[in-house]
Ligand binder design. Structure first.
Ligand SMILES: [Zn+2]
Length: 328
């Protein structure tokens, strides 16, 4: 069987194609779903690393098994002629622009970044797939600002500035050295005063600036650089383009589907919300997450761990930077 679409259909059943290489199908683990199944919950893609992807998490073992069969079935060389006449070969990726990313190109990228070619293909596939299921993600995981406030396990949004700040300090492991300051309170010995243990900040309060950082620092540091981070860190998810009613979908997807642990959501007193999550377990997971989050509209700078972010309890133009959702 040479048509990859027929091969995919022999594994997942009827496919409602949305493009030449990707369409909706019935989830191979539908009977395991603990929430209602929708028509657009599960998708199959035959390009790149052929993948069946479902928004539910309870079906994961069945989906993993079907993915194995799909990839075995499509491991032979196949070609598919696109509507524009271009020919897609096994292992090529059809990008959202409609252009084909050729194997030779991503192999060169892998070499340039000293990455395993297989992992490079996973990343390229992830980017293409994230673009395909982005509309469904924002629909299914829709979590507008008002709902975030209502859903918070702990009622925090109305706490006073001092309480906000102290509540936030409790997210950190004891003994962490945390930076608080303004953007430029870093780089010279006199800035050492902005890098303090939690016990100091508990006494001082949020008076030393509007910013902090998702990473803790080595004691004695006076410069907010990646090299001085001590390894204790949160992944702070933010976006310059997603509105307060939109980014909640990304937070919910990360927390509920990908199982990154959401600790808090912070209202920056500007246009955006920041989600504080556990950081990825390793560099491979981090690169994958970065690739997908960037497609969803999040700021790739969030993977610079010394990046300044808004600290709760400080005022910004008369508005309070505050925690609006807090894990129990
Ligand atoms: Zn499923």
């Amino acid at each position: 069987m040479n048509d990859p679409r027929q091969m995919a259909a022999s594994i997942v059943g009827a496919i409602e194609w949305q493009s030449a290489v990707s369409g909706y199908c019935r989830c191979p683990g539908e009977s395991l779903h603990t929430h209602k199944s929708g028509k657009k919950d599960c998708r199959v893609c035959v390009d790149g690393v052929p993948t069946i992807f479902c928004f539910h998490s309870s079906c994961a073992p069945a989906v993993a098994d079907a993915n194995k069969r799909l990839r075995q079935g499509l491991s032979t060389s196949w070609t598919l002629t696109m509507p524009d006449g271009n020919v897609l070969r096994a292992g090529d990726v059809l990008q959202s622009t409609g252009t084909i990313l050729r194997r030779e190109v991503y192999l060169a990228r892998a070499a340039a970044e000293s990455r395993h070619p297989g992992e490079q293909l996973v990343l390229e596939t992830l980017v293409a797939m994230a673009g395909r299921f982005k509309p469904e993600l924002f629909e299914k995981f829709f979590w507008p600002f008002d709902q975030i406030l209502t859903d918070s396990p702990l009622l925090v949004a109305d706490r006073d500035p001092d309480d906000q700040f102290r509540t936030w300090l409790r997210l950190w492991p004891a003994n962490s050295t945390v930076w608080i300051g303004d953007i430029y309170s870093t780089g010279r010995p006199e800035h050492a005063t902005h890098f303090r243990p939690l016990s100091d900040w508990q006494k001082i309060g949020p008076a030393m600036g509007n910013y902090t950082c998702g990473s803790a620092f080595k004691p004695g540091t006076y410069s907010r650089s990646n090299a001085n981070c001590d390894g204790t860190r949160f992944l702070v998810v933010e976006s310059d383009s997603l509105k307060k009613d939109e980014i909640g979908a990304v937070f919910a997807y990360l927390n509920n589907r990908l199982r990154y642990n959401l600790h808090a959501i912070i209202d920056t007193a500007g246009k955006s919300l920041h989600g504080w999550f556990d950081c990825p377990r390793n560099k491979v997971m981090e690169d994958r997450l970065k690739a997908a989050l960037t497609v969803f509209g999040c700021d790739p700078k969030l993977f610079t761990y010394s990046q300044p972010v808004r600290v709760p309890g400080a005022w910004r133009n008369g508005k309070l930077q505050r925690i609006v959702w807090l894990k129990d």
